[in-house]
Design a protein around this ligand. Structure first.
Ligand code: PEP
Ligand code: MG
Length: 577
């Protein structure tokens, strides 16, 4: 038995498929003399594929943004056609009898070294092109692995060192019944996605890839955060019983789905769902969510080699708007960067990607990409109740710059006589501490706040949200977090705007109770959590929740706050349906 972090609830039993997703961990292995032509052929195939990908991107960019933008990619093509480089790789394969990935990677490393030491700034900058192209080629060489994941034939449990959000997005629910990883924290996007897909998962197991072999029988208990390797018959039947119990528990909760989220003394709040893909809409509706509190649109940019067009944005948002009818749909503009890495966009490898050029920072640097999305949202806004939300806002200037681009996007549509909701509301995520501290200032220029605790906690407590080694320090119940949330809610209310939360904290019953008492107006989390949040809200009066929250604000450690909250929640839920 291994203990890790309970990431996505439920029980799964199945055969292990040990999958190493580390795209760029390139190992050297010897090949036979007779396999040399095969390796060279693989290299040529990867080059052809990469070339056609780049040409495709060039075509698209040229159509949408103009020829001069597309010309940037000429440098990429030149790297692919550099005979000296290509011959060096081939000779390395032949001489060292080494696999092509290794031979290519080593040659490129040498080139990159030379470029980085050049005096000429222009040539130094070509380093980025060399690196970008090399990543593409290597991805195409290793591409079979991803296909393997997308085309699994039987039901399996994935065991991996780490799964990136884009790997997870490829998982087909019918084929993968659960997963377990060495790395990861509770609010990593991989885990959030597992909850959305309702796939039981345990992460942060540290050694699962060394303990489990391909084909082993594995039990994943995503609720308790444990996995059991090659269990005996008795253990399997115990877990099959647990699995049935979990299903009954979920079914009972689902009876709450059409009931309002109202406290015993009549305070009504909104319980909405977070989504990553329009495909999740069925689950959103079946769990009784009263809107979409966060649509993570950046997933539209993953697992592809080009940028989504305005039409694609429009179609996706229109679909969501129509399904949700009058209920609010908060579309967050893309939050690329951090752990959601898109290799074909100009995002450099950064030392601290979670604090790097992600989200709104990237969008303000690339108004062309940003406005394409904004126009897509605006066009869809006539089909429902859409709202726009900017991620990672850290100050007023950023908000104003984003709004300026939004006005430009509106004007562009107006000129083309395309209709949109002129009064579309704009809100921001409060997930950077500086924004939280000046919430009173920001509140004057937005229609709503949504607190992104996944990031807000990591930045406030200086604890990387995806690092399992320090996961014990990632404490939503930390008194600093509690005080911070209260001050943000109060600032929003003083300015007359509603304040929601779309971080995972809102989905945990004990915190939902406290947040209700702190005055939160809207709760948004994975669709599966919706009935449970409603249950908590319907079990208490607002008056009592407020007094619980006030007591919480007096406590001095996370442990005390959690213990107190859990005891109160238990009292409230006992004997209630
Ligand atoms: C958050 O940071 O709390 C949030 C909801 O956004 P994401 O998890 O996508 O960073
Ligand atoms: Mg965030």
């Amino acid at each position: 038995m291994l203990k890790g972090i309970a990431a996505s609830p439920g029980i799964a039993i199945g055969r292990a498929f040990v999958w190493d997703s580390e795209d760029y961990t390139i190992t050297k292995h010897k090949i036979d003399e007779k396999d040399i032509p095969i390796e060279i052929a693989r290299f040529e195939e990867a080059l052809i594929k990469t070339r056609s990908e780049i040409l495709e991107i060039q075509k698209k960019i040229s159509k949408e943004m103009g020829v001069e933008h597309a010309e940037i990619f000429n440098a990429h093509l030149m790297v692919l056609e550099d005979r000296t480089l290509l011959e060096e790789v081939i000779s390395k394969i032949k001489k060292e009898k080494a696999n092509v990935e290794h031979s290519f990677f080593e040659t490129l490393k040498k080139y990159a070294d030379i470029f980085s030491k050049m005096d000429d700034e222009y040539l130094r900058e070509r380093l980025v092109d060399v690196q970008d192209v090399s990543k593409r080629v290597i991805r195409n060489l290793l591409g079979e692995k991803k296909e393997e994941l997308a085309e699994l034939k039987e039901k399996i449990i994935i065991i991996a060192t780490n799964l990136s959000p884009s790997d997870t997005a490829l998982i087909q629910k019918e084929k993968v019944v659960g997963f377990a990883t060495d790395m990861g924290g509770r609010t990593s996007h991989t885990v959030i996605l597992a909850r959305s897909l309702e796939i039981p998962a345990v992460v942060g197991l540290k050694s699962v890839t060394t303990e489990v072999k391909n084909g082993d029988i594995v039990i994943i208990d995503g609720s308790q955060g444990v996995i059991i390797i090659n269990p005996n018959k008795q253990v399997i039947s115990r877990y099959l019983r647990e699995k049935r119990k979990f299903k009954i528990f979920e079914k009972n909760l689902s009876r709450l789905k059409s009931l309002p989220a109202v406290t015993e003394d009549g305070r009504t709040v909104v319980v909405a769902a977070n989504i990553e893909f329009p495909e999740e809409l069925a689950s959103v509706l079946s769990h009784g969510a009263q809107g979409i509190g966060l649509y993570r649109t950046e997933y539209m940019y993953l697992n592809r080699t080009d940028i989504p067009t305005e039409e694609e944005h429009f179609q996706a948002y229109k679909k969501v708007a129509l399904s949700m009818k009058k209920d609010p749909v908060v579309i967050r503009t893309m939050d690329i960067g951090g752990d959601k890495f898109v290799s074909h966009l100009d995002i450099p490898n950064e030392m601290n990607p979670l604090m790097g050029r992600r989200a709104i920072r990237f969008c303000l640097a690339r108004p062309d990409i940003f406005k394409t999305q904004l126009r897509g949202i605006l066009r869809a806004s006539v089909y429902g109740n859409l709202k726009i939300m900017y991620p990672m806002i850290s100050g007023l200037d950023e908000l104003r710059q984003a709004n300026k681009l939004l006005e430009e996007a509106k004007l562009e549509l107006k000129k083309k006589k395309i209709s949109f909701d002129k009064n579309i509301e704009v809100g921001i995520m409060i997930e950077v501490p500086s924004a939280g501290i000046i919430a009173d200032i920001l509140a004057k220029e937005v229609s709503f706040f949504s607190i992104g605790t996944n990031d807000l906690i990591q930045y406030s407590l200086a604890v990387d949200r995806i690092n399992e080694k320090i996961a014990y320090l990632y404490e939503p119940a930390h008194p600093a977090v509690m005080r911070f949330i209260k001050s943000i809610i109060d600032a929003g209310h003083s300015a007359g705007i509603w304040v929601g939360m779309c971080g995972e904290m809102a989905s945990e019953p004990v915190f939902a109770l406290i947040l209700l008492g702190l005055g939160l107006d809207e709760f948004s989390a994975s669709a599966v959590s919706v009935p449970e949040i409603k249950k908590v809200i319907r079990s208490v009066s607002y008056k009592e929740a407020r007094s619980i929250a006030n007591k919480v604000l007096e406590l001095d450690t996370a442990t005390k706050i959690e213990q107190y909250g859990r005891a109160k929640l238990k009292e409230l839920l006992i004997g209630k349906k």
